[in-house]
Design a protein around this ligand. Structure first.
Ligand SMILES: CC(=O)[C@@H](O)[C@H](O)COP(=O)(O)O
Ligand SMILES: NCC(=O)COP(=O)(O)O
Length: 257
């Protein structure tokens, strides 16, 4: 076994956080109660998810307040609550006390989370949010681009965890732009190693599918992947349990397990 393989095979277990936002997107399309995101979360946990991620957007386009309350009450795996760093969301998080909160940027006009949180440009706001949430016993993560300045800012803000935004790498892969994809992956690999050297826990997510999850699993510094849209799409064809099982297998192969 070559050195690289050995290093990866000694890497810690790679957790899978299943994001169930887009079960709520389908539910909200008709304004009813079906399909229920909490039922999906229970199925995901039964299928091997190590945690559940849900993004309560300010416009409530998918996950709603009652979904977060029910997830906290009914799911026995860690809940990773994605949220903007606003007073309203911080109040909801402190009241709900999820296992973790991930601070993400939001713009109503965006179709999905486009960029990473600007931790470097919002030091006071982010630092204050990290303190309030941490004081409430919530593990705080910052959803940032693979950028040294943002990683340093996240560390300075006191966040114990970062989640690297993998969107631009995944987009380049889907568009078949090999040069850009290679450059983006190198940035992710360097950023993961740099963040780990600062003592940060490193997660990754956004746009991941089976192939890209297997590839990024080879980065030993990353200990959690948060994956949603692709899994919910796959679930339409093969069922959520099978999609999660296949994703788990891809992650384990990438980890060299
Ligand atoms: C922060 C992140 O990458 C995901 O949670 C993503 O935001 C899913 O929600 P949307 O698809 O509404 O952006
Ligand atoms: N933070 C990333 C996440 O939770 C899921 O993103 P996606 O897989 O829905 O793009």
């Amino acid at each position: 076994m070559d050195d690289e393989k050995r290093i990866v095979s000694q890497a810690p277990y790679l957790r899978l956080g299943v994001n169930i936002d887009h079960v709520a997107t389908i539910r909200n399309a008709r304004g009813g109660r079906h399909p229920d995101p909490v039922r999906a979360a229970k199925l995901a946990v039964a299928a091997g998810a190590d945690g559940i991620t849900a993004h309560l957007r300010e416009d409530r386009r998918h996950i709603r307040d009652e979904d977060i309350a029910r997830l906290k009450a009914e799911i026995d795996k860690p809940l990773n609550f994605e949220m903007a760093a606003t007073e309203d969301m911080i109040a909801i998080a402190v009241r709900t006390r999820p296992h973790a909160a991930c601070l993400v940027p939001e713009r109503r006009a965006e179709r999905t989370t486009e960029g990473g949180l600007d931790a470097a440009g919002q030091k006071n706001v982010i630092g204050s949010a990290v303190k309030t949430l941490s004081d409430a016993g919530i593990r705080v993560s910052l959803f940032i681009a693979a950028d040294q300045r943002q990683i340093e800012a996240a560390h300075a803000a006191g966040a114990p965890v970062i989640e690297l935004h993998t969107g631009s790498w995944c987009e380049a892969l889907l568009e078949g732009d090999a040069d850009v994809a290679t450059k983006e992956f190198e940035r992710l690999a360097k950023s993961a190693a740099f963040a780990k050297s600062l003592g940060l826990e490193v997660h990754a997510g956004h746009g991941l599918d089976y192939a890209s999850a297997e590839t990024i699993a080879a980065l030993p510094e990353i200990v959690e992947l948060n994956i949603g849209h692709f899994l919910i799409g796959e679930a339409v064809f093969v069922g959520l349990d099978n999609a999660i099982g296949t994703m788990r297998g891809a992650m384990d192969r990438g980890r060299g397990a």
